[in-house]
Design a binder for this molecule. Sequence first.
Ligand SMILES: Cc1cc2nc3c(=O)[nH]c(=O)nc-3n(C[C@H](O)[C@H](O)[C@H](O)COP(=O)(O)O)c2cc1C
Length: 305
Amino acid sequence: MDMRVTVAGIEFANPVIAASGTFAYGIEFEDIVSLDRIGGFVTKGISREPMAGNAAPRLIETSAGMINAIGLQNIGVEAFLRDKLPPLARYKCAVIVNVFGYQVEDYVAVIRKLNEAEGIAAYEINASCPNTKHGGMAFGADHGALAELVAHCRHYSRRPVIVKLSPNVTSIAAMARCAESSGADAISLVNTFVSLAIDVETRQPRIRNITGGLSGPAIKPIAVRMVWEAAQAVKIPVIGMGGIATAEDAVEFLLAGATAVQVGTASYADPRAIENISHSLAHWCARRHIARVSELTGAMELPTK
Ligand SMILES: Cc1cc2nc3c(=O)[nH]c(=O)nc-3n(C[C@H](O)[C@H](O)[C@H](O)COP(=O)(O)O)c2cc1C
């Protein structure tokens, strides 16, 4: 059973990767998850300077998913390189650093700093955060801004650049093509969907930021559709995510065209979700005599007329 997949030249031991914002800086999970057995993880979004994030409440549960407006709280690139990255060197899993900024120069500054360090497999450019007033979403929803951002990141990066796309757009295929033609080595999608939950007694928004990003099982069928559309639009690899909680969920994304998947919200319910899903995915393939998990990518069968 071959569970290896290759995305933008990076070989992952298996296609299940922990999603940004739900796995801290990775090292915090070393006593809970076997970091040698998971395919890899994506760090929390890292910015040039440390960021405090939004005021609470910033994470709530709804009947069908989670809404967050963390506001990209993080320790900043210097502290990440000093305190979090070095201890990760003893593990085999691929470390992908999620990069965030308000302006193109901020992204470039973070990338140039990260370029100086060893032990990073790739950068994931967050062009899709719905929870900050500038940047993030502004890049993900505008062709010109996305093209400029991706071209600059590609130019300054000495590593593969994965561009994380926003689902809050009219045509995901067009944004995927834009990322590809601007130099992305791979794309990942989806980030969270802009949403609003109101407390009917207080009549106030349940999230202090008013709106937040919806994640979890509620978004899965929309995410699978978007991955399918994006995968058909580009030749570069696609990493799919949105509501994955079981091996079968992961298989849906692979069939839709993803080469690898990420798991986010499920790690909140069970911090070992990544390991469990990758383990059950190997069993799922073995039971069906699927020799290589990569055979599943894009293997959805369309109904015949
Ligand atoms: C609490 C929380 C924080 C997140 N922070 C980030 C982040 O810093 N950067 C980013 O690109 N995505 C971030 N995301 C988005 C996730 O990586 C993922 O794209 C999204 O939650 C959909 O996957 P899921 O349904 O498996 O959670 C965050 C999601 C959650 C729930």
